[in-house]
Design a protein around this ligand. Sequence first.
Ligand code: ADP
Ligand code: MG
Length: 318
Amino acid sequence: MGEFDLIARWFTRPARRAALGVGDDCALLNLTPGMQLATSSDMLVEGRHFLSTVAPERLGHKALAVNLSDLAACGAQPLAFTLALALPRIDEAFLDGFSRGLLALADAHGCELVGGDTTQGPLNLCITVFGELPPGQALLRSGARDGDEIWVSGTLGDARLALEVFRGSIALAGDGFERVRAAMELPTPRVALGIALRGIATSAIDVSDGLLGDLGHILKRSNAGATLQADALPRSAVLAAQPLALQRNCTLAGGDDYELVFTAPPAQAAAVLAAAQAAGVAVTRIGRIEPASHGLRLVDGDGAAVGQRFAAFDHFKS
Ligand code: ADP
Ligand code: MG
C-alpha cells in the first residue's frame, strides 16, 4: 500500500460543507459571508505530548481535541482541519483506531478533514484547524481588566495526576486511575462555552501548559496582575483524595487540562453562569484581576500567601 491508498482509505470522505476536500492541490472552504477566519496549529510528538501506551483511537481524539481547544479559547466555530502525519510504517490497526477517534470528534463538531500531508518518519501529528467568528468578537488574551473575575471551566489537574502515575511517582488504584487517564487521553474541547462567552468574557485562554503559566499569558498580554484562590480551584474527587501539596501541584501547574480560563467583569457573573449552563459545562470563580504591580498572588482559603511553594516548581515544565 502506498501513500495515496493510505490517504484514500483512512482520511478521505465526501466533502460536506467544504467546497473541495481531500484530493486536489488545495482544499476550498466557504466561509459564512462577513465572518472572520480563525486558524491554529498544534503538533503532537511521541514521548513529548503523548505516551506510546495511548490507544490509537484516543490519540486521534486528542490530536484534534487540542486544536479545537484553541478555537474554543478564541470563541470560534470549527469548520475544517488539515492533518500532517509522519508514520514509521503503515500499521493498519493503528490507522483504523486513529482515524476512528479523530473523525468521531470531527463529526461531533461538524469540523471536516479537508487535506493534509502524509510521509514516512518518526510518529508525529500536526493538525491545523480553521474556524470562523464575527469580526472583532474573538476572545483574546489581552482583554483582562482590573476588577474582572477569573473563571475556569471543568476541573483541573487530573491529566497531570495520570502522568505522575505513568511516571511511577504515585500509585492510584483501579477506577480512579482509569478516570484520570481518560482526562489525559480524551480531553473535551470547550467549544460551545467559548462561543457562548463571546461578548461576555474580556479575555480567555485554554489551559495546555498549566494554570499558572497560561493565566500568566493573559496577565502579561493584558498588563495586569491577579490574586488566585489556590483552594478554590475545581478538582475531581480522585484528585481531591490526594495530599494537598499534590493537589495544588496538579491544579496549578499540571498541564494538558484543555479547560478555558477567562475573565469577565463582576456584573457579567450571571451571564457567565448562563453561558456555561447553555454549554453544559461547570465554571468556577477562582480569583480576581488586579493592577500589574500586584503580580500573580496565590492565596489559600484564609487569605494567606502560598506563592513561594510553587516558585521552584520547574520539573512540571519538563
Ligand atoms: P501535494 O503533493 O499536492 O501536496 P499530496 O500528494 O501530498 O498533495 O496529497 C494528496 C491529497 O491528499 C491532497 O489533497 C492532500 O491535502 C491530501 N492529504 C494528504 N495527506 C493527508 C492526510 N493525512 N489527511 C487528509 N488528507 C491528506
Ligand atoms: Mg504533499
